[in-house]
Ligand binder design. Structure first.
Ligand code: NAP
Ligand code: F7E
Length: 330
């Protein structure tokens, strides 16, 4: 069987690294597309450099030429667009950059695929943030979308574009409406990782206080390594479609904090303080997904429980901080 080639944008991010590992394990040639940064930021994929099927190329969501070049030079079978300025709070501070990358960046890629390689299958990283403050949960693929941030508005624009290109041009394009998914590779400013990193540092005597914003927000939290399997599976179906990917369980930020601190043997009252600067201009209060369609059509289910996720992230950070901060210089 001919070896397949996949392009993965956002390769230096959490999902990019897990998806690259999954595709390499299935014998794909993986072209990781990264933007230029002023210092090294490839630590999540450094362990893949010696794999002859893995290659990095420069790309930017704002650079249309790089998209055409990637398609012409590599003739990929599959294109996973998971690059984005993905921080919801930050999208209120840099809305234009966030929206241009997600909305116009997706349009640029779809146009390049339509013009250069319409046989290439395409995956778009849509998000549960698109449901915003719609009070009628759980959310499935048909639920009303009332986005509550520049990030979510842009993601909904890209989501609608994908459907429009599928209907208009008959190309194989899919959106995965993924609910929050976390891991030891999660960016350090997202709340779960912020909590597990701080708990590890407090446990090791390297930090005293953790500042947090709204503890009552609820999220449907799964494990990133499970979620990339759903991305791949969508592009293997007979027909392109959109799917909600979620656990079907919701927990508050407070519950995540309690689970981690209890596991670590730490007292929340002693170490956690409220900082109003961490509140958002418009909060998404409650997210709960209904992944029935993915279960039925993709045979996909999240395998990792909320408790296991919190514990595995804490244990990984305890190990990481011990090696990088506690035993530094040894
Ligand atoms: P992440 O860790 O923040 O990674 C984002 C990636 O996009 C990074 O590689 C980043 O590069 C890259 N990027 C940002 N702006 C770019 C630009 N202008 N041009 C090229 N690359 C750019 O995000 P993630 O958690 O892996 O999520 C992957 C995707 O799924 C994102 O689109 C996110 O919005 C979406 N999503 C995430 C979740 C979740 O819970 N994780 C849920 C739903 C949807 P640098 O390393 O250089 O910053
Ligand atoms: O916030 C609250 C905050 O930043 C979760 C992105 O991957 O998932 C992610 O977006 C909740 C919010 O993730 C802090 O107010 C309290 O209610 O970890 P987060 P997010 O905003 O849900 C979706 C699905 C995506 O698509 C996004 O790309 O936690 N919260 N205190 C805090 N949040 C942060 N970041 N920091 C705090 O100190």
């Amino acid at each position: 069987m001919k070896q397949k080639t996949a392009i993965v944008t956002g390769i230096t991010g959490q999902d990019g690294s897990y998806l690259a590992e999954l595709l390499l394990s299935k014998n794909y040639k993986v072209i990781g597309a990264k933007r230029r940064t002023s210092s090294f930021n490839t630590e999540r994929v450094d362990h893949l450099f010696n794999d002859e099927n893995f290659k990095l190329e420069f790309f930017d969501l704002n650079d249309v030429g790089s998209m055409y070049r990637l398609l012409q030079n590599h003739r990929p079978d599959e294109f996973y667009n998971i690059a984005a300025q993905s921080h919801v709070r930050v999208s209120f501070d840099i809305p234009e950059n966030t929206v241009d990358g997600i909305a116009m960046g997706t349009l640029r890629i779809l146009e390049a695929i339509r013009n250069v390689l319409p046989t290439c299958r395409f995956y778009q990283a849509s998000s549960s943030e698109m449901f915003g403050d719609n009070p009628n949960y759980p959310y499935d693929e048909e639920s009303r979308m009332t986005p509550a941030s520049p990030y979510a508005c842009a993601t909904l624009f890209a989501h609608n574009l994908v459907r429009n290109y599928r209907e208009s041009y008959g190309i194989f394009v899919c959106s995965g409406i993924l609910f929050n998914h976390e891991s030891p590779r999660r960016g350090e400013t997202f709340v779960t990782r912020k909590i597990t990193l701080a708990a590890a540092r407090i446990k090791l005597g390297l930090q005293d206080t953790l500042y947090l914003g709204n503890l009552e927000a609820k999220r449907d939290w799964g494990y990133a390594a499970d979620y990339v399997e759903a991305m791949w599976s969508m592009l293997q179906q007979e027909k392109p479609d959109d799917y909600v990917i979620a656990t079907g369980q919701t927990n508050s930020v407070r519950e995540f904090l309690e689970t981690v601190f209890e596991h670590a043997g730490l007292d929340i009252k002693e170490h956690v303080k409220f900082d109003e600067r961490l509140l958002r201009p418009h909060e998404v209060p409650y997210l709960l997904g209904d992944p029935s369609k993915a279960k039925e059509k993709l045979k996909w289910e999240c395998k990792t429980t909320f408790d296991d996720l919190a514990k595995l992230m804490y244990e990984a950070d305890l190990d990481y901080i011990t090696k990088t901060e506690l035993n530094k210089g040894e």
